[in-house]
Design a protein around this ligand. Sequence first.
Ligand code: PMP
Length: 401
Amino acid sequence: MLAKYRELRNARAGVMQLGQDPFGVVFDRILSATEATLDGNRVVLLGTNNYLGLTFDQSCMDAAARAVREEGTGTTGSRIANGSYGGHAALEARLAGFLKRRHAMVFSTGYQANLGALAGLAGPQDHLLLDADSHASIYDGARMAGAQVTRFRHNDPEDLRRRLRHLADQPGEKLVVVEGVYSMLGDVAPLRDIAAVKREAGAWLMVDEAHSLGVLGEAGRGLAEAHGVEPDVDYVVGTFSKSLGAVGGFLASDAEDFDLLRLASRPYMFTASLPPSVIASVTQAITVLETQPLLRGRLHRNVARFHAGLAAAGLSTGPSASPVASIRCPDQGTAIVFWNRLLAAGIYVNLAIGSATPGGKPLLRTSICAEHTPEQIDHAVVTIREIAASLGFFQTVDAAE
Ligand code: PMP
């Protein structure tokens, strides 16, 4: 059965010839939100989505530990078949309140939130207009919906407008789907322009705030808040696995009859619900978002320090100063060697190659955390700079942009 993956096996062998297996890293111990040990060596974690460092927040850990003691380790079933715990409903109410939406429902992962939202909302007669750089869960949700899919050029509202005009006479609903912060390059959607196009076309708009929740906006509600277009966003999708430091996902909306989705969304119905510990830590993490805005300030100071350090070295990190910063590499071999040398120097980042990257161009993806110390950031900048210089690819990258 696996013979069809011969090419994948060869590609993997090629990657491993150049050092460690970047897709099979196993940390010995996670020490904090920003440090771990790997093969006995301490490494700085610069490749998580732990933007606020809440995986080690004492109040979130305490809430999770208390929930395990009081309610056990798991729910062992789906909410439709086996019932909800009080915490599920309470978290949904907290989320809806935080996001200023009438309704919210939680899913067991962010991936399933996109599957469940898209397959629950759209059917074969409907049109989904997806940004070309959309996350795999959005593409997979569209496929599960069986809807008609139109991709528009990444972050290009004009292209979206053209495509919506082209579909104007077609029956079915039109739902535009974009992300707040794109996970590979850290660039943000031009949401005001996209909202204007959506209004003009009478379409619906869904924003996946996976990487922007807790990060952008005065209150941390995400890009739609930061751009002042929340009323134009009909559906908000997000995840608990990044700034909220746990696992799970959600869909929130003001839509009438929202609760029908609980009976129409297979990725919600046919999987076990989130365990009490996760529900408890996420509920507490929302309290932290609401009560500790300084955390976001610390994140943005770290982000500014990191981007400025790399820019001073002539390294381009992408279009926006966001907590995701990516260093594009001229070719796959350089990216793999760069990744290995960084790890050997005690810096863990993400290697992205192949179809997961925009345009298939290899890149090193870094993500910044509010808990990184200035020393960790500076050490990372100097190390990245030195290795990039030794690989001598600055001009190639800048010329290619
Ligand atoms: N949406 C986006 C934009 C993502 O980047 C991700 C994860 N990287 C997801 C959804 C899925 O979230 P999760 O990992 O929590 O399942």
